[in-house]
Design a protein around this ligand. Structure first.
Ligand code: MG
Length: 160
């Protein structure tokens, strides 16, 4: 049995914040604002996985009103979501993430992002795809006001 999930997230770019994407810190003039480390790509991925399990969304599991999650490393949230996958008797088939941002250039970091996420999820890097695109200077991402991320995943039932 196969289950599909998709997720989407947006965070605002601001000064005086670190930029965390796919679990790694990326040098940039701006970072993303948010209650957690605001790792927009991991949040989209968590929502895709939760969606595949029909378990709600990241806001339900980790409310941004809860002080426990203030400044939290989103890799911790992802590992918790993966525990839910295991508890439900599923495993990750693959996932595919798209980051929409005008800047910075993510290409030099893509492989490290994939390895970092695979490590957290307990899967191999070839099950994890990360892509980045600009939006041709259009919209809020094009104006560098924020970064958006989309993710899809497939989960497969263990011993169906
Ligand atoms: Mg978010």
């Amino acid at each position: 049995m196969i289950r599909i999930g998709q997720g989407y997230d947006v965070h605002q770019l601001v000064e005086d914040r670190d930029l965390w994407i796919c679990g790694i810190k990326i040098p940039h003039t701006h970072g993303l604002s948010g209650h957690s480390d605001a790792d927009v790509a991991i949040h989209a991925l968590c929502d895709a996985i939760l969606g595949a399990l029909a378990l709600g969304d990241i806001g339900k599991h980790f409310p941004d009103t809860d002080p426990r999650y203030k400044g939290i490393d989103s890799k911790i949230l992802l590992s918790h979501v993966m525990k839910l996958v295991n508890d439900k008797g599923y495993r990750l088939g693959n996932c595919d993430i798209t980051i929409c941002a005008e800047a910075p250039k993510f290409r030099p970091y893509i492989d490290r992002m994939r390895e970092t996420l695979a490590d957290v999820m307990g899967v191999s890097a070839d099950q994890v795809s990360v892509k980045a695109t600009t939006t041709e200077k259009l919209g809020f991402t094009g104006r560098r006001e924020g970064i958006a991320s989309m993710a899809v995943c497939l989960l497969t039932k263990c011993n169906p």
